[in-house]
Design a protein around this ligand. Structure first.
Ligand code: IPE
Ligand code: IPE
Ligand code: MG
Length: 249
């Protein structure tokens, strides 16, 4: 596993997005209930955030609960919501100590009232922090987000505020819940699954993807550094040729 000093601090992605997957399988391997895996995922979250703050990542988005996850057994959904409330409350002091601002994206109105209130409280209490922004994707799905953006834009067109000719990338960016946040340059998914699962479809258009077989509860800051080292070895061409990138005139 990589150490922090191996990471080139001149090539750090501004925004890293993570699909934290494999909690259930981790617990199953240990003969425990799935919820045990979720609880142990908190350590991975803490270590990853610490690592991200140390290397100077500006934004980190963690996929914590998808729209589709509402379809899980009620017992698991309840346990996840409780864990969320509990963890957020406990972490406020650490977030403030490390100057980390909390934000959330997703259909937050669908969260239980208590979870919504605790979340809002943590967002308010950390709003002044400027070292790093931690974005939790909660009850989030990219299709939900895109549908909302389309509705908002069509309303503007219908009311004559803008013409359809004015619809461009910037307008769509500004209509998404990630407005003002740069697109992730790196997306990490744990647990060996190679899919996006309805996460930031628009925003990940040109992200580098990194997959690791590690299950989320085993993920630590050194694993983040491994992902960063992989990112730093890649040539991001954005449709150009390699020569255009390496020999700019
Ligand atoms: C990720 O782990 C956590 C959430 C989706 C909330 P999973 O619960 O999906 O674990 P696996 O993929 O079933 O092992
Ligand atoms: C994606 O993981 C959502 C989160 C990590 C919150 P899932 O475990 O729900 O994804 P699928 O269903 O395996 O694609
Ligand atoms: Mg999963």
């Amino acid at each position: 596993m990589a150490e922090i000093n191996e990471v080139n601090n001149k090539n750090i992605p501004k925004h890293v997005a993570i699909i934290m997957d494999g909690n259930g399988r981790w617990a199953k391997q240990k003969g425990k209930l799935r919820v045990f895996g979720h609880k142990n995922g908190v350590k991975a979250v803490q270590s990853t955030i610490e690592g991200a703050a140390k290397v100077g990542i500006n934004y980190i988005t963690l996929y914590a609960f998808s729209t589709e996850n509402w379809n899980r057994p009620q017992f698991e959904v309840n346990a996840l919501m409780e864990l969320l409330v509990d963890t957020i409350q406990k972490e406020i002091a650490t977030l403030n100590k490390n100057k980390i601002r909390l934000q959330a994206i997703g259909d937050l109105n669908t969260l239980p009232k208590k979870a919504r209130e605790k979340l809002q409280n943590a967002i308010d209490k950390t709003a002044q922090n400027e070292h790093m922004t931690l974005i939790l994707a909660l009850s989030y799905s990219s299709k939900w987000e895109i549908i909302n953006a389309v509705k908002e834009i069509s309303n503007q067109v219908a009311s004559g505020n803008i013409s359809s000719e004015e619809i461009n990338e910037k307008l769509i960016d500004n209509s998404l819940s990630t407005v003002g946040i740069p697109h992730p340059e790196l997306m990490i998914r744990t647990s060996g699954e190679h899919r996006i699962s309805n996460f930031l479809l628009w925003q990940l258009a040109y992200a580098e993807l990194y997959f690791t077989p590690k299950l989320w509860p085993d993920f630590r800051e050194q694993d983040l550094y491994d992902a960063l080292l992989s990112f730093q070895k890649r040539e991001r061409r954005f449709g150009k040729t390699s020569e255009q990138i390496t020999e700019p005139n």
